[in-house]
Design a protein around this ligand. Structure first.
Ligand code: ARG
Length: 581
């Protein structure tokens, strides 16, 4: 769309220069000096050019300039009109349709991508689970956002490295270990037939039950942490076993949801490095030690209280570990930007972390960015776990899949597809990823499972269905489309066709906007507009049954282009494209 509007601006530039030349005036302006606006109402045209910027140079009032430009543009065959000091113009629809479809054909599956980031090295951390619990609904939002922003940045020309940070040390990890040691009796996920991260999580629950009766449990967990830190063989072995169970289970959920990491960082590997840097900062006078031996940072300069960085027994805290993690990441892969996808509950943590790294003198500290997102809850009642707050991710995915399958069975669609169970799984993923990404990341949201699965409305399955419908149309057609040069785009005269062309042509701008704002919602809403426009078009006009074969082929081209854009966009929001459903 932008390109087509610039073509019009180019014509206006010619007209302006021409006009100035006739008046013997020097008009040294370039295409960048022409402001391209959108008229307040679509009936007024596709583009509005204000004439104010040229008034002084041309020594004329903007309305007079506008009038003269309109007649010149009309002579060049442009549909233009004056509106006071503005020149309103319309794009040539058939030209725009031809240009757009040809461009999509040429660019193929890269249509929508751009090189705006010029290969900038962006590291993005997301998910960041703890090894004492399985993933919950909040992680699903985190994963959806992290994976999608990573894909979007790549589509905007960045070199992206996706990393996870596993919290695998600390007293909470020792709690599930302690419960297993005291109650486990050689039990294993295999024996129980339980997904292995749930197996570990169950021991965390058991620890809490135990601790409510046994006031000594906390002390034993702390002693276990000390033993772990001292490298005690038996403790370390147990830790390794339980960690590998937890990680194996988490990996299954990532694979199931199309999430992939290039690298995984473990807090157990970076906390020592963090401590070293804190001790060095202490030497350099960046931090101070109190009489008891605790190391602090004074945050007065950013109007915050002081904060502990090393406990008096020398042990690290969350902040200390994060200092180490950041340093080792920059050593491993000197990023030009590091994005942390973490909920807004940790706004304070990241503000302080970035400040500390700057004070420690790391020149890359200003390249860190906290992509802070809001909470997600279920509507009251259904599907909440017994504890009332966390909703297990695996269970939620299973329930969504079952609901999707049930809906397919009720409508008899399960008879028409090979593997209804697999399709239901893909629909569930589309439903949840779309739903979680369609809102503003920073805002809290309610995830409504039934609503997310609805086949009409602003949902993933609605769009997946639109894609499948187009695919089925091409299966029926069963041939290759004729070469586009042989087509007369002037035959596309309907408003519904024009709406499609405009949305196809402006799709790359949605990808750009998502890349600048780190917000995949731009893509989700553009896809929804495209889906709705396709549905109106399909409803109003015959495609396969179009009596005129040339018009039929043109319409098929439009449908083909819609499918291309849907596929590109689906990939960016990690929503499966289904050929049939
Ligand atoms: N594991 C942490 C938690 O559950 C989140 C870690 C976020 N990332 C970071 N670099 N601090 O709260």
């Amino acid at each position: 769309m932008k390109e087509l509007k610039i073509e019009l601006a180019q014509k206006l530039l010619l007209a302006l220069k021409d006009f100035a030349g006739e008046k013997n005036l020097e008009l040294s302006i370039s295409i960048d000096d022409i402001m391209i606006e959108t008229p307040p109402k679509p009936e007024l045209g596709d583009v509005a050019f204000p004439m104010f910027p040229f008034a002084r140079l041309l020594r004329m009032g903007p309305p007079q300039i506008a009038a003269s430009m309109v007649s010149r543009l009309q002579e060049m065959g442009v549909d233009a009109e004056q509106a006071g000091p503005y020149v309103n113009a319309r794009l040539d629809r058939s030209h725009a349709a031809g240009q757009t479809i040809t461009r999509i054909l040429q660019e193929g599956d890269t249509y929508g991508s751009n090189a705006n980031y010029h290969g900038e090295k962006v590291m993005i951390e997301f998910s960041s689970p703890n090894t004492n619990k399985p993933l919950h609904l909040g992680h699903l939002r985190n994963n959806a956002l992290g994976e999608s922003v990573a894909r979007v940045l790549k589509a905007n020309g960045a070199q992206v490295r996706k990393v996870n940070l596993v919290n695998d040390r600390g007293v909470h990890i020792c709690k599930s270990m302690l419960a297993y040691k005291e109650l486990g009796d050689g039990d294993s996920p295999g024996k129980q037939g339980v997904k292995s991260d749930h197996f570990v999580g169950d021991y965390y629950v058991k620890y809490n039950e135990m601790a409510s009766r046994d006031p000594d449990a906390e002390k034993r967990a702390q002693a276990m942490l000390n033993a772990w830190e001292a490298g005690d063989g038996e403790t370390v072995d147990l830790w390794k076993t339980m960690n590998s169970w937890a990680l194996e289970g988490l990996k299954e959920t990532y694979e199931r949801t199309g999430i992939h990491f290039d690298d995984i960082y473990y807090e157990s590997n970076t906390y020592k490095l963090g401590r070293e840097h804190v001790l060095k900062g202490l030497e350099d006078g960046v931090f101070f030690r109190d009489e008891e031996g605790t190391v602090w940072i004074d945050l007065e300069d950013i109007k915050l209280d002081k904060k502990v960085l090393l406990r008096k027994d020398g042990t690290s805290l969350y902040m200390t570990q994060d200092i180490g993690t950041a340093v080792s990441r920059h050593e491993d892969w000197p990023f030009e930007r590091l994005i942390y996808v973490v909920a807004y509950e940790q706004n304070y943590h990241f503000r302080v972390l970035f400040h500390i790294l700057k004070k420690l003198g790391f020149d890359w500290a200003d390249k860190l960015y906290h992509l802070s997102y809001g909470m997600v809850n279920l509507p009251d009642g259904k599907m909440k776990s017994r504890e009332g707050t966390v909703v297990d991710a695996d269970k939620l995915l299973d329930e969504l899949r079952d609901l999707a399958l049930q809906e397919m069975t009720e409508k008899g669609r399960d008879q028409k597809i090979d593997d209804p169970q697999a399709v239901a799984e893909q629909v569930a993923l589309g439903a949840i990823h779309y739903y979680l990404l369609q809102g503003t990341p920073s805002k809290d949201m309610v995830f409504n499972p039934a609503e997310s699965l609805s086949f009409n409305g602003n949902t993933g399955p609605y769009l997946q269905y639109m894609g499948a419908r187009i695919s089925s149309m091409f299966r029926k057609y069963g041939k290759d489309l004729p070469s586009p040069e042989s087509l007369d785009w002037k035959l596309l005269k309907e408003d519904e066709e024009w709406e499609l062309v405009k949305l196809l042509a402006s799709y790359p701008q949605a990808v750009e906007a998502a890349g600048t704002d780190y917000n995949p919602a731009h893509i989700a809403s553009h896809l929804y507009e495209l889906g709705k426009a396709f549905s109106r078009f399909y409803h109003e006009h015959p495609v396969l049954n179009c009596p005129d074969a040339s018009l039929r082929d043109l319409r098929l081209y439009l449908a083909w282009a819609v499918k291309r854009v849907l596929m590109h966009g689906f990939h960016l929001i990690n929503m499966p494209f289904l050929e049939s459903m």
